[in-house]
Ligand binder design. Structure first.
Ligand code: NAP
Length: 520
């Protein structure tokens, strides 16, 4: 068992006191331990602000982008090792591990390219100059890096991508990072941090890594620090209520639970191309990373007359899934990540099953292929079927964070489909499969404001579309309402959270010279 450590004030530091033990979820063997006991969180934040911040702000976007490029390259050189750690600590298949690790390097590389395009500037303009007089008096709205530290708290399901999608955006914006992975799956983020530090890419103070409990970190945030949190709505609510955020106006971005929907509309009838793509995407999103994806589909909305056929088609695909220890190469879906997750997923399936019938799977114990007898956090891919949208309130309320989704029949109307999507209270992503433009237009008017992203899958782009569960660096990630109200990524848009927008009024000629913005 290895001992993980934190990187604080530019030193690797082993915490003191009781340790949290990380396990292999396929075998329940202990793989690592960590603690943050004794770490001075206030000093960690102060070091990032005072040493890392000025160093990053002195660099141009192009220079910061180059740091990201070097980070992506350094991590890519260790790809095989990282994939193995992901399998051992997160429990997913090799494909799941690639999704996480390559997602991290891909996002770093993508923001490196954005940095290159933004070039030799240090701030961003928000729109054209505003004329305030007939002569020289003007206003420029500019985004400048916040002179604080960007605190990141991540969920257990994406230790690699979750960490580095946030790191990429913050560093490019010019903010030093204080990042913390979820403790249960921290090994991968720890090793990636070690690779970055050993490669000596970043300026002093730019990267702080907290490996374990956050302790009192959030009690020390100041007005220009930021918090980007990914995790459950319950933890988000608790953190949001801290004084720094309620009274100090420290910016906070929350990525929380989401009851994402897939909707079949007209002209996606059984047997059509759109039907097959919908089934393929639904099964992929239900089972990839054992359904532990914030963007995984949870509700499948289908015209009443196609419900039997859709349940049959999805159940048939799910019957081919081999659940077990991913060290066994016949396995196509691993365990959930922790014992708590297993308990929560089983209880969640039971809650849904009180309102909807089980088509396949269920909450019963599963013996994983290739796992030691009685060991491993395995759960069956589970499809449920509700009678209708309003008779199953739990389906729109409870996020079962595992390989589980519910089919909901509806009358085929676009407005009704949008109403059902909205019952989820705000989602990260929904997908609509249809080739009917009028239907799609009405659906989008009703459903889009309830989502951060919508995939409109029509016949002509069907071959080009990616599964809706895939988050891309150049599209917005986040969603309204219960999804947290956050907005990450989205290309340059993602930088805004880490920058302050200020309207600067003055002489057009002088401002053009003193501000690092293009003159007219
Ligand atoms: P969680 O239990 O809320 O934990 C998330 C993070 O918060 C962990 O790093 C955890 O640290 C930390 N944390 C917990 N209590 C804290 C406190 N008092 N102060 C500071 N940090 C604290 O969530 P999870 O079980 O890891 O993740 C699953 C949830 O995340 C799901 O609901 C899923 O939908 C959501 N999620 C959302 C997105 C998105 O982008 N919207 C992406 C992935 C996951 P410890 O591990 O050390 O306790």
């Amino acid at each position: 068992m290895i001992r993980l450590s934190s990187f604080v004030q530019d030193q690797w530091t082993e915490g003191t006191g009781d340790t949290a033990v990380l396990v292999n979820p396929s075998t329940e063997e202990a793989v690592a331990e960590t603690t943050t006991g004794g770490i001075d969180m206030a000093a960690a934040l102060a070091h990032a602000r005072t040493i890392g911040g000025p160093a990053l702000r002195a660099m141009t976007f192009a220079q910061r982008g180059d740091l990201l490029k070097q980070m992506a390259n350094a991590l890519h050189e260790h790809r095989e090792e990282l994939l193995t750690i992901a399998e051992l600590n997160n429990g997913g298949t090799r494909g799941d591990a690639k999704f996480d690790v390559d997602g991290a390097t891909g996002t770093l590389a993508s923001y490196a390219r954005i940095g290159e395009k933004l070039g030799d500037h240090t701030m961003l303009c928000d729109g054209p100059v505003t004329r305030l007089s007939r002569a020289r008096f003007v206003a420029h709205h500019v985004w400048m890096p916040r002179p604080g530290a960007a605190v990141h708290i991540n969920a257990f399901n994406f230790p690699a991508w979750g960490t580095f999608e946030k790191v990429a955006v913050s560093l490019l914006a010019g903010m030093p990072v204080v990042t913390k992975p979820a403790t249960a799956t921290a090994w991968l983020a720890w090793r990636m941090s070690q690779i970055i530090i050993d490669a000596n890419i970043l300026p002093q103070g730019a990267y702080t890594f907290i490996c374990g409990s956050a302790g009192d970190l959030l009690d020390h945030v100041g007005p220009h620090d930021t918090l980007a949190f990914t995790g459950s709505a319950d933890t988000a609510g608790f953190l949001r209520a801290k004084a720094g955020f309620t009274h100090g106006s420290t910016p906070v971005n929350i990525e929380a639970d989401s009851l994402n929907a897939a909707v079949l509309g007209p002209k996606a009838e059984p047997g059509s191309d759109l039907w097959h793509i919908a089934v393929r995407n639904i099964v992929k999103d239900m089972t990839q990373k054992t359904g532990q994806k914030c963007t995984a589909v949870r509700r499948i909305v289908v015209p009443e007359s196609w419900t039997d056929a859709l349940c049959e088609a999805i159940a048939e695909e799910l019957s081919r899934i081999v659940v077990g220890n991913t060290a066994d190469k016949s396995v196509t879906m691993g365990p959930v990540a922790t014992a708590n997750q297993l308990r929560d997923v089983r209880a969640g399936i039971d809650r849904l099953a009180a309102e909807a019938s089980i088509v396949c799977g269920g909450s019963q114990p599963v013996a994983g292929v290739g796992a030691p007898e009685g060991k491993g956090f395995f759960v069956a891919p589970t499809l449920l079927r509700a009678t209708d949208a309003d008779s199953a309130p739990a389906v729109h309320r409870d996020e079962v964070f595992g390989p589980c989704a519910t089919v909901i029949p509806y009358n085929g109307d676009a407005e009704e489909a949008a109403r059902i999507v909205a019952l989820g209270g705000g989602s990260l992503v929904s997908a609509a499969y249809t080739d009917d433009r009028n239907w799609l237009g009405s659906f989008l008017m009703g459903a889009a404001p309830w989502n951060g992203r919508v995939l409109a899958c029509t016949a002509k782009v069907a071959d080009e579309t990616l599964p809706p569960g895939m988050v891309l660096p150049n599209c917005l990630h986040g969603g309204p309402g219960r999804a947290g109200g956050g907005a990450e990524l989205g290309g340059v848009r993602g930088l805004e959270f880490y920058m302050q927008r200020t309207a600067i009024q003055g002489d057009s000629g002088i401002l053009a010279k003193v501000l690092d913005i293009p003159s007219e």
